[in-house]
Write a protein that binds this ligand. Structure first.
Ligand SMILES: [Zn+2]
Length: 433
């Protein structure tokens, strides 16, 4: 996805350029006026325009200036990559220090579907004109949230704050894994917990989702026998999870997390041939790579089928389903108009779909809750606070729960500063882009 002729050219250029700079012996002869002039010129050529744009209107450019980016990553690193065992021990220790609690709302199934690289605008419910999500469109019992963003632009950082009581505002107080996690939260509330994943299995390091998922009463990882780097290339389609879901031994209260591979590149590896409905001629976007975009939309069509199949599995029970994506995806329509993928702080990559589906019996059994959910659909929300919303939905009273972080709560703080990727104020700098 990222390694192409441009990258190779840039690498060669940097190498050759570095070679000449080293020849000048900058450090020793910096007193030489010509060299000093040369250094300033190089800095200006490289970063002058970034600085100009940053000062003028584009605040986020500050963080893309290499010195600042380097400093931030080295000295202000919030330690996303942690040994998995260390995380799990910490989560277990925290869970053990809690006493059992109750889930007052008594919902039979709470299903959390975690999508992958799915952009809001690819869904018909969010205005997509292509027929990408006909199944979702046909479901009546749903709530479409209009203003939910991801906290970071790539999977692992998102998972470090989405599945526990860590959030971008308390990372400076304690490490993200020194918080109660979502699986143990529901266990404490006497829910049976399930984790069904088509993503990476627990690796030794830095798998922030699986390290939590594996603590569930029942955990299934389809990619257990391949390394995490191979997952994207060799993983099966998400439908591999459907038979597992059908065979679940449910109890009275169930918290079921389903982690999809969804719409991660390489897109054409995410769906079987029967879903190859869109082709280059369907793509209106003015870009040279319409093929990749059409493949992306095919993967969305497939995700629509997967979500619908999950809905069908649970719709005859008392069920609430939350579907959201970890982060979104640029199809060459980020600010630089050059990125196919994610991992940069851009509005396109922050804007995720957030959809709630519910069964008819949920509608009858939880009228008041449903009203609150519907009322909250247009509030600004960032998914690092998902656990607070879940607490409020399930009626779990626990010390960590903050009413101001649950959009269905009267005390919700709708003016929270949403600092996307911990660096850009989304509402001030990105939202209106
Ligand atoms: Zn991701």
């Amino acid at each position: 996805m990222y390694f192409n002729s441009k990258t190779i050219f840039a690498l060669i250029f940097v190498l050759v350029f570095s070679f000449f700079i080293l020849k000048i012996k900058i450090i020793k002869k910096v007193g030489n006026k010509f060299n000093l002039f040369f250094i300033v010129l190089i800095l200006f050529i490289n970063f002058g325009n970034d600085l100009r744009r940053a000062l003028k209107y584009d605040f986020e450019r500050y963080f893309n200036i290499p010195f600042i980016k380097f400093h931030k990553e080295v000295f202000a690193n919030n330690e996303i990559l942690v040994e998995s065992l260390k995380m799990r021990n910490s989560y277990m220790q925290i869970a053990n220090s809690h006493s059992k609690t109750k889930a007052l709302e008594n919902i039979k199934n709470i299903v959390l579907i975690i999508g992958e690289s799915s952009r809001r605008s690819a869904y018909q419910d969010y205005g997509q004109l292509l027929n990408t999500t006909p199944n979702l469109l046909s479901i009546e019992n749903k709530i479409i949230y209009s203003d939910v963003i991801a906290p970071y632009s790539s999977t692992n950082p998102v998972m470090s704050v989405m599945l526990n009581f860590a959030n971008l505002d308390n990372l400076s107080e304690r490490k993200f894994y020194e918080n109660l996690d979502i699986v143990n939260l529901f266990k404490l509330a006497n829910y049976k917990t399930f984790w069904i994943s088509n993503q990476d299995y627990v690796s030794e390091w830095g798998n922030n989702a699986a390290s939590i998922g594996i603590m569930s009463d029942f955990a299934y990882f389809s990619n257990q026998y391949i390394s995490s780097s191979e997952t994207l290339a060799y993983a099966k389609y998400d439908e591999v999870l459907l038979p597992i879901l059908n065979d679940l031994k449910l109890s009275d209260n169930n918290f079921i997390s389903i982690h999809l591979l969804g719409n991660h590149g390489n897109y054409k590896k995410r769906y079987p041939k029967t879903f190859a409905k869109f082709s280059e001629s369907d793509i209106k976007e003015n870009t040279k790579d319409k093929k990749s975009i059409s493949e992306y939309y095919n993967s969305i069509l497939y995700t629509d089928y997967i979500i619908y199949s999950i809905y069908e599995r649970f719709k005859d029970d008392d069920t609430l389903i939350i579907y959201l994506s970890d982060h979104a995806e640029s199809l060459y329509d980020d600010k630089t108009k050059s990125l196919l993928g994610h991992g940069v702080s851009d509005k396109i990559i922050a804007d995720i779909p957030f959809i709630i589906l519910y069964s008819n019996s949920f509608k009858t059994n939880h009228k008041e809750l449903l009203d609150k959910l519907i009322l909250s659909k247009d509030l600004a929300f960032m998914s690092d606070d998902l656990i607070h919303l879940l607490c409020d939905i399930a009626g779990i009273k626990i010390a960590e729960f903050e009413e101001s972080r649950s959009p269905i709560n009267k005390k919700y703080n709708k003016f929270r500063i949403r600092l996307f990727a911990n660096e850009i104020n989304y509402d001030n700098f990105l939202k209106l882009d």
